[in-house]
Design a protein around this ligand. Structure first.
Ligand code: ATP
Ligand code: MG
Length: 332
């Protein structure tokens, strides 16, 4: 079986709709066809200011949501990044293979650091994509399910894997991004040209999966659309409506042409009211399942302990090979 690997940050507690549609749905699908490894990336979460108590709580909440979304610990390996020290250990080697200019070209770093200002931007945020390189290569992943915003980081991973293999001899599988076009970028409900984001969206623009369903319904009803009233999928000219159609279509499995047909001659209000209903029906059981996992922390921690053990077995073997290739003297 080919390998899949992906990670998601525990910042903010709740995942948002973009995380689910762009990434987590693909995690669930790939556990059927791949030897899949999924992790909560707490090392990545400390690249920006954070609160230790919240991080610990949010890490469990993240794992509970992944299980509630359909990850099955019998069919995939679910773990917490910091439980596998090999991530940080391989990242150092990858730091030493990455050009400063190359890392400086990462657009996500440029955007995030521009917002924070240079003095508040950590070196950790700068090397974040390089830790991600190590995350992926440790598992010899063939496929990396992510949203569009991560494409550049997976490209970097491919470049570094090829560079390592060329310099030190064949060691790493060169991975490919697994990006599902239709849902690769879910947009902010208030600014439908910007990606829905944990760190950048305003509260009104963001659907948090763990919010009260009523709150999410209200956000959908007040989503920004346009002044014309035709319901048509046209991301370029009608980004707000198109975003709502994408969400509606993916959550219900209804094709977009079918939806366009259904809402012909009806206003945006009808579309929004129905989508709000769809949203409520989806998040209600999701929240309940998440809460069930959180109510039983022993079971949750046992799942994560088993996941860490399985992940470490793979990661330790890859790290040993890489350290050997680099020329580190083995510890006796
Ligand atoms: P931040 O804004 O802090 O980077 P985020 O919202 O991007 O947070 P991450 O944990 O960085 O969340 O991303 C987890 C996964 O969700 C990644 O694979 C990412 O590509 C995907 N993703 C994030 N936002 C969206 C979106 N709006 N549409 C589709 N996929 C998304
Ligand atoms: Mg992100």
């Amino acid at each position: 079986r080919p390998r899949a690997l992906s990670g998601i940050q525990p910042t903010a507690g709740s995942f948002h709709l973009g995380n689910y549609l762009g990434a987590i749905r693909q995690y669930v699908a790939l556990q059927e066809t791949h030897d899949a490894f999924y992790m909560v990336v707490d090392l990545h979460a400390i690249t920006v200011p954070q609160n230790p108590m919240e991080l610990r709580a949010n890490t469990r909440i993240a794992a509970a949501q992944l299980l509630a979304a359909g990850l099955d610990p019998e069919r995939c390996t679910l773990f917490i990044q910091s439980h596998v020290p090999e991530h940080a250990q391989l990242a150092w080697v990858m730091n030493c293979l990455t050009g400063f200019g190359e890392a400086s070209r990462m657009t996500q770093f440029k955007d995030k650091s521009a917002k924070q200002g240079a003095d508040r931007t950590t070196v950790g945020l700068f090397t974040y994509p390089i830790l991600q390189v190590a995350d992926i290569l440790l598992y010899q992943a063939d496929s990396v399910p992510v949203g569009e915003d991560q494409r550049q980081h997976v490209e970097l991973t491919r470049d570094i894997a090829e560079r390592f293999n060329g310099t030190y001899g064949d060691t790493f599988t060169v991975p490919s991004a697994h990006i599902v076009r239709e849902t690769a970028k879910i947009y902010d409900l208030q600014d439908p040209t910007a990606k829905m984001s944990k760190s950048a969206s305003t509260a009104k623009g963001l659907i948090n999966l763990l919010d009260e369903p009523k709150v999410s319904a209200k956000k959908i009803k007040s989503a920004v659309t346009d002044t014309d009233t035709v319901i048509r999928f046209d991301p370029e000219h009608k980004p707000g409506v198109s975003n709502l159609l994408t969400i509606y279509s993916t959550l219900t499995g209804t094709g977009i042409p079918e939806l366009e047909e259904k809402y012909q001659g009806k206003g945006y209000g009808a579309l929004k009211t129905d989508l709000a209903e769809v949203m409520v029906e989806w998040v209600t059981p999701f929240r309940a399942r998440t809460q069930e996992y959180l109510d039983d922390p022993e079971t949750l921690d046992a799942v994560l302990a088993k996941g860490a053990e399985k992940a470490r077995a793979v990661a330790a073997e890859t790290l040993a090979q890489a350290y050997d290739k680099v020329g580190f003297l083995p510890a006796k």
